[in-house]
Design a protein around this ligand. Structure first.
Ligand SMILES: CC(C)(COP(=O)(O)OP(=O)(O)OC[C@H]1O[C@@H](n2cnc3c(N)ncnc32)[C@H](O)[C@@H]1OP(=O)(O)O)[C@@H](O)C(=O)NCCC(=O)NCCS
Length: 422
């Protein structure tokens, strides 16, 4: 049995996230999500200058494996011009899909089964929108509309109420009540998320990871976009407080305190520490622990918290040792509950905003959290970071990483990203 090796991440890139809305179509409304995935993978190859033949697998996360998103990892490996020997695996762990991909990459490298792996994710919510479920929704009618996407086995509904499985917003309302999180706290978090992301955008903090990508505005203007379209720099607490509840008439969650529907792709390159040294590449972070777990679907948003506990236990570390947290704002309640549970400083959590404004491109979100955190850890010289994400139908994944004092070498992630078109 080979000894356990250390797995490092050497680079992370992503596309801008375009708004996905029927009312106000975003700049990637007409773009195939696999094209966005190809752009992310090719940018990674260009920046790391790794020989394509030495990549052993391309992992792509997405829970919606239909049409352009079916068999997507293998399709991307072929369409992006990799040799036939570079394989592809498409991963579905609901919202946790691309973090599960990062787990697979880390485990393959740690065990010696592979040396270099690209792991990413993608989603077009313009093409595959999420349904909004309220207590009035006729789930059986909805199931007919969505039957091509998901035919849940009816036996599940003998165990748990259908709305608890399908109504993520309702489960977020339930968790907010369970942990006594007020509407005002949710609204304030939504505002914070927008203001932080807007400040990070204007300071160019995302530029190191973001590939400028060509898209189209509803008026037909074709342009290169290098920002996330759903961020609202002009967001105010008065406007947020005035928004109606989305999921139930007396609910606390409005359009600002839940994640934005967006289109986008992201990818990271993982390799063994020895391989990085040989290639003269300075890693961004080393993987210290990974964790995944299921959870009662009724409290799905709490999954980010329970799995973070597991990752900390695995690493033998207290929450207080973590310098930076990146927690998916599928709903504002997710980071708020985690802050409460661990008693941690909110100033260490989602420091540049999160999914409440930047968006939740479901299949890409897990790797986006990890990559965004790794860039910020390098910017501020943090030592430990923990990213976690809850998932639909009750799952969660987490990953704990360390930024070490590495050898002198080339930092792929400091090189400029060239504009790309789908
Ligand atoms: C809630 C949801 C249905 C809203 O969709 P939408 O109506 O297209 O959303 P919009 O972005 O247009 O926002 C609706 C309104 O809220 C306002 N708004 C949203 N966020 C705001 C903010 N931070 N500040 C000020 N106003 C805000 C918008 O301006 C808009 O108002 P307007 O109609 O006056 O322009 C959609 O975002 C959603 O389903 N999110 C959850 C996704 C989800 O469940 N993901 C899976 C989780 S695991």
């Amino acid at each position: 049995m080979a000894e356990i090796r250390e797995a490092v991440m050497v680079d992370f890139v992503r596309t801008p996230f375009g708004r996905a809305s029927k009312k106000k179509p975003g700049f990637f409304a007409d773009v195939r999500s696999d094209d966005l995935g190809i752009i992310a993978v090719q940018a990674l190859m260009k920046r790391t200058r790794v020989d394509p033949a030495s990549v052993e697998d391309i992992i792509m996360g997405t829970p919606t494996q239909l049409g352009e998103q079916a068999n997507v990892a293998r399709d991307i490996s072929l369409a992006a011009g990799f040799p036939f020997e570079v394989a592809g695996i498409s991963v579905d762990r609901a919202c946790c899909s691309s973090m599960a991909g990062a787990h697979i990459a880390a485990m393959a490298i740690q065990s010696g089964a592979a040396n270099i792996i690209i792991s990413g994710g993608l989603e077009s919510l313009s093409h595959f929108p999420n349904p909004v479920i309220t207590p009035d929704t006729d789930l059986f009618e909805l199931a007919k509309d969505y039957s091509a996407r998901w035919q849940a086995n009816p036996k599940i509904f003998d165990i748990i109420d259908p709305s608890a499985i399908m109504g993520l917003g309702l489960s977020a309302e339930y968790v907010a009540d369970m942990f006594d999180i007020s509407k005002e706290e949710l609204d304030q978090w939504a505002l914070r998320s927008n203001l932080r992301a807007a400040a990070a955008q204007s300071e160019g903090r995302f530029k190191n990871a973001m590939i400028p990508v060509q898209g189209k505005l509803p008026d037909g203007t074709v342009a290169v976009f290098d920002y996330d379209q759903s961020v609202r720099a002009d967001s105010t607490i008065e406007k947020i407080r005035s928004l109606p509840p989305v999921y139930k008439p007396d609910g606390k969650i409005n359009a600002a305190s839940c994640s934005k529907e967006v289109d986008g792709a992201a990818a990271a390159m993982f390799m063994s520490k020895e391989e990085a040294r040989e290639l003269g590449l300075t890693p961004m972070v080393t993987v210290r622990s990974i964790a995944w777990a299921g959870i009662d679907p009724k409290i799905a948003p709490y999954g980010a918290c329970s799995v973070a506990k597991k990752a900390l236990e695995r690493a033998g570390m207290p929450a207080q040792d973590i310098d930076l947290w990146e927690i998916n704002e599928a709903f504002a309640v997710v980071p708020l509950v985690l802050i409460k549970e661990f008693g941690i400083d909110p100033e260490k959590v989602n420091v540049n905003g999160g999914a409440c404004c930047i968006g939740h491109p479901v299949g890409a979100s897990g790797i986006w959290l990890l990559g965004t955190m790794a860039h910020e850890m390098n910017r501020r010289n943090s030592r430990y970071g923990l990213a976690s994400i809850p998932g639909g139908v009750g799952q969660g994944t987490a990953i704990l990483v360390e930024r070490e004092e590495y050898w002198d070498g080339r930092c792929a992630f400091l090189e400029k990203l060239e504009p790309a078109s789908p």
